[in-house]
Design a protein around this ligand. Sequence first.
Ligand SMILES: [Zn+2]
Ligand SMILES: [Zn+2]
Ligand SMILES: [Zn+2]
Length: 379
Amino acid sequence: MDDTCEGCPLYSKSVAPTPPPLPGPATSYHRKGIVTNGSPLRGYSCVSISTKDLWERIFDSGYKADVIIYTDYDGIIYAHANVLGMASPVIKGMLKQSKFRARRRSLTIRGVPLDAVRVFVRFLYSSCYEKADMEDYVLHLLVLSHVFVVPLLKRECELQLEHGLLTNENVVDIFQLALLCDAPRLSLICHRMILRNFMTVSVSEGWKVMKRSHPVLEKELLESMIDEDNRQKERIRKLNERKIYLQLHEAMEALVHICRDGCRTIGPHDKDFKENQAPCTYAACKGLELLVRHFAGCKLRVPGKCIHCKRMWQLLELHSRLCANSDVCRVPLCRNFKDKIKKQSKKDEIKWRKLVEKILRTRSIGGAPFSSWALASPS
Ligand SMILES: [Zn+2]
Ligand SMILES: [Zn+2]
Ligand SMILES: [Zn+2]
């Protein structure tokens, strides 16, 4: 079987067709709902290469052409009114109003290179284009397909831009075109790309031109860049905050574990210290052990003067606030703090409650709730 006919319904009568390739120059155009040999195709069909070639020959030869298209720089393209009119409702309307010149109707398409118009008109005949032409004229084809209402080509331009033709150099131009041509998905993609590659895009030629011709758009882009920047900072701040709360939560778990089971060098105060314990799974233990040891032997007895002791006091108080059952808890001062909390000022109370809430919320995203910790002595 010929390579070019792979998946073509003309050759695959009984086998379920393979997913078709995207519309492109080598294959022909796919359309939904066509029935070949009485068997409905699954969503797609493709016309044979010879059909495509026939339509391109009709265009290239200009056989019995009845329309002349005038472009910039005295360019002329011959075409057929019935083909153009069927492919584009706008051209149909223009042809209706156009005057006959030498028994031919005339159309004028200006502001676009002759070759781009040729690629456009060729697409109206065969729904095909060459890859290189799309690369060269995608901007013009997007405009033409929008102006003359050829949705298939417009979609194709958007698709090609989205999948490779959009670059840091042309993204500002395409962004403006997408806004003008009512292509919301494309404009969103461009907008994202501009924000993502702002440093490169903002020194591109396209940006400089936009700055002169559309200062309002430039201002809007700069503002959205600042917004994005702030959002990014906020995301980082939240991530860091979450990290701190998770660390605190871990420290709380480790504290309960040290006081209940003992760990490495510290045993529970009411049990013998076992040398050969199972390896500890709490990452926070090491730091906490040092802190506990320091706390026990700190010479600087003045309250609030030693930052390490202050930290230990805070952890003990935090534990007490999170502890579900102080009566059976083995963490030192748990009960005392519970009593102290009752006499606390409103301001302190709010501050602590906020911290507790945040720790619990952070933990509830990915772990066991605090109340489920076994604070009581193991049986
Ligand atoms: Zn441990
Ligand atoms: Zn100290
Ligand atoms: Zn406790």
